[in-house]
Design a protein around this ligand. Structure first.
Ligand SMILES: NC(=O)c1ccc[n+]([C@@H]2O[C@H](COP(=O)([O-])OP(=O)(O)OC[C@H]3O[C@@H](n4cnc5c(N)ncnc54)[C@H](OP(=O)(O)O)[C@@H]3O)[C@@H](O)[C@H]2O)c1
Length: 315
């Protein structure tokens, strides 16, 4: 082997060792018997691993999924592995505000209590499309759908929003154009993904402020770079790079679920709210994500975009 080859191997090994040593692990052994948890996008990836862990802890777990067939397979796997039969499917397509409303109405009718809501579902599409509600598809899946859902289900004690370090890509948020029709620079699809993840952080901050007097905590997180289906629609060049990098540097879905699980169960975060976590620890956000006035304004425009009715406005 040449010296350069050896050097590359040493550098790759050092990066891998660093990643293994810094990967956060939820160490709480807390049981969730008697608690009800809703996890969006729980049929695969980080959401499925989170659901499995919480089912093992004895929770009543509701898998909020858009595809009933995929959800049925996930439910079977989770029940088999956790030996907890209290796992249920409720259909939820975040790209339809009607579906979000129906989901919330069904939950409020069928559930006696709600303890933990994990807004995990997300997509990174390559095509800019509008949904049946006239909203951009990534914005509705990743932000507006969860915004409406959370407002309709405010009985939870812990609310967890799965964001991403991708929020850092965004240096300016134009609240006048959240359907990205006016500013062509915002049409870059990865840029839109970053905007949706910035919205997750800003939404968490504003909701945490609003819910603090009620003892409800709201936190968000970056799960790490995780080997899941999130890149399923990415361009070919990206898939090629990913094929090399993912096995080397990405976390497994189980590792990627640790921060969501930590926020859902750990006693040490029971009174922590409005924070952004990574590897089970509080982490820094971008400067823009700290802008509380922007968070307030985003809340107001989101209310209008999802057509929140006066009787659904709690604040
Ligand atoms: N993987 C990473 O490296 C990474 C990094 C940072 C942040 N994240 C975030 O982690 C979260 C989970 O992603 P993942 O990596 O586990 O990806 P994934 O394997 O692609 O899982 C995404 C889940 O979201 C669901 N979903 C997508 N759009 C939906 C919609 N409109 N309505 C209902 N469900 C919908 C998917 O359902 P279908 O299977 O039916 O499509 C799937 O269950 C996302 O919020 C993502 O942004 C991931």
């Amino acid at each position: 082997m040449t010296q350069i080859g050896l050097l590359i191997l040493v550098v790759l090994g050092a990066i891998k060792a660093y990643l293994i040593l810094t990967t956060g692990v939820c160490t709480s052994t807390k049981k969730l018997t008697g608690k009800t948890v809703i996890i969006t996008g729980a049929n695969t990836g980080i959401g499925k691993e989170t659901a499995l862990d919480l089912a093992k802890r004895g929770a009543r777990v509701i898998l909020a999924c858009r595809d009933p067939k995929k959800a049925a397979i996930a439910k079977e796997d989770i029940i088999r592995e956790s030996r907890n039969k209290n796992v249920f499917i409720r259909q939820l397509d975040l790209t339809s505000l009607k579906s979000v409303r129906k989901f919330a109405a069904d939950i409020l009718k069928s559930e006696l209590r709600l303890d933990i809501l994990i807004n995990n579902a997300g997509c990174a599409t390559i095509e800019k499309k509008l949904t049946e509600d006239g909203l951009e598809v990534q914005m509705q899946s990743n932000h507006f759908g969860h915004f409406l859902l959370t407002n309709l289900l405010l009985g939870n004690v812990r609310i967890i929003n799965v964001s991403s370090t991708a929020h850092r890509w965004i240096k300016k948020l134009n609240l006048d154009d959240l359907t990205f029709e006016r500013d062509p620079s915002d049409n870059k699809i990865l840029n839109i993904y970053g905007i949706t993840k910035l919205c997750n952080v800003l939404f968490s901050k504003e909701l945490a402020k609003k819910l603090e007097p009620f003892g409800v905590t709201v936190n968000c997180l970056h799960p790490g770079a995780v080997k899941t289906e999130i890149f399923r629609n990415a361009p070919t060049w990206f898939q090629i790079i990913a094929a090399v990098c993912i096995p080397l540097f990405f976390k497994s879905a189980k590792e990627g679920a640790q921060t969501s699980i930590h926020l859902a169960v750990a006693d040490e975060v029971a009174n922590v709210t409005g924070e952004y976590f990574s590897d089970c620890k509080i982490a820094k956000t971008s400067k823009l994500a700290k802008d509380l006035e922007l968070a307030k304004q985003l809340w107001e425009v989101s209310e209008t975009f999802v057509k929140l009715k006066p009787e659904e406005r709690h604040f």
